[in-house]
Structures are given as structure tokens and as C-alpha cells.
Design a protein around this ligand. Structure first.
Ligand code: SF4
Ligand code: SF4
Length: 188
């Protein structure tokens, strides 16, 4: 039969002699290969105690941003949802009430904001589309979950910690991103 590729290798079916039928040379050869690797540099790491550095252009889990006063930036304009090719973002808008100026920066805010992480392809288009610097992709990724509904991230999962109430957690969530609280254009 004609071979489909030139990588085909004919199998030798010659009868094994006594030495070969004891499989000893092959066992020793296999052990030598294993032994050889003991002294080589390990390619694995002890995750999660150790982690590998991410690429500077890594796009991870979304974060809903606040301004320096701790007010939510998002004005529920829906541009991120329109830009999303995976239709992963849903939101419900609400009107800011008198006395809520310290909570929401704009007169309209997202009462509900959800991202389906099973749909998200981490393309970053939501971040590009946002005119309020309200959503950006962080340097973390969504942890594993046993249930599909565990991948629907709501505001409580996405909102960055308050910069004044919890500055340490805020700085950690922000990572190395330089955010412009007054408009579009995050930088690395
Ligand atoms: S990163 Fe891309 S796929 Fe994910 S929510 Fe944003 S626009 Fe949609
Ligand atoms: S995250 Fe940005 S683009 Fe999306 S609704 Fe809020 S303000 Fe608009």
C-alpha cells in the first residue's frame, strides 16, 4: 500500500533473540533516559506557590474601575456590550439619586453589570470601547469553578476595591496599569 506521507516507518517483524526477548536492554535504556533528566533544569514549577511572569500585554479578568474618590466610573452607556464580539456583557442602567454622588461619578450608572467569563475571549474590545475608563482587563485570570453559573461575574466580583477604604487591595487589583480616571486610554 502506498504511504500517505514520507514519514511512514516500516515495522520490523523479525524474530527476537533470547537477549532481546528478556527486554533488559530496553528497560535499561529507558531507565537511563529517566536518570538523565534528574540533573537537567526543571521545566515545571510548583504552582500555585510559584507563578510564571505574565507577558506585559496579557489580558486577564475584567475590572470595573473607580475614580480616585472611589466613585464608580461606569455610566451604563452600553458601548462595551455593543463592542463585545462574544456578547458576554449585560447590564441594567439606573439613575443616580440625590445623595448618591459619592457612589457614582455620572448621573447614570450600571445597577447591574455582568460578564459571562465562559463566553469572554479576553480580546480587550470592551476596554477599547469604554469612553469612561470604567472597564479594563487586569493581570489576573478567572479561577476554576465547578458550576457554569460561577463564571457569571457580577458587579461584586468585578468592581475594584475602594481606593480610600482599602488602598492595599485597590493597588493590588490595579496591578501595574496606569489608569486615567478622567477618560479613555489606559497605558501599560
Ligand atoms: S474582553 Fe472581549 S469578549 Fe471579553 S467581555 Fe470584553 S469585549 Fe467581550
Ligand atoms: S464599562 Fe464603559 S462602555 Fe461599558 S457601559 Fe460602562 S461606561 Fe459604558
Amino acid at each position: 500500500m502506498q504511504a500517505l506521507t514520507n514519514r511512514a516507518k516500516p515495522v520490523s517483524r523479525k524474530k527476537m533473540n533470547l537477549w532481546e526477548s528478556m527486554y533488559l536492554p530496553e528497560i535499561l535504556r529507558g531507565m537511563f533516559i529517566t536518570f538523565k533528566h534528574i540533573f537537567r533544569k526543571k521545566v515545571t514549577i510548583n504552582y500555585p506557590e510559584q507563578t510564571r511572569p505574565f507577558s506585559p500585554v496579557f489580558r486577564g479578568l475584567q475590572i470595573l474601575n473607580r475614580d480616585e474618590e472611589g466613585r464608580e466610573n461606569c455610566t451604563a452607556c452600553g458601548l462595551c456590550a455593543v463592542a463585545c464580539p462574544a456578547e458576554a456583557i449585560t447590564m441594567e442602567a439606573a439613575e443616580r439619586q440625590p445623595g448618591e454622588e459619592h457612589l457614582y461619578r455620572e448621573e447614570k450608572y450600571a445597577a447591574k453589570y455582568e460578564i459571562n467569563m465562559l463566553r469572554c475571549i479576553f480580546c480587550g474590545l470592551c476596554e477599547e470601547a469604554c469612553p469612561k475608563d470604567a472597564v479594563y482587563l487586569s493581570e489576573t485570570f478567572a479561577p476554576a469553578n465547578y458550576q457554569r453559573k460561577g463564571f457569571i461575574y457580577g458587579k461584586k466580583d468585578l468592581l475594584i476595591p475602594h481606593p480610600k477604604e482599602d488602598p492595599e487591595a485597590y493597588a493590588k487589583a490595579k496591578g501595574s496599569r496606569k489608569l486615567h480616571p478622567e477618560g479613555h486610554g489606559n497605558e501599560k
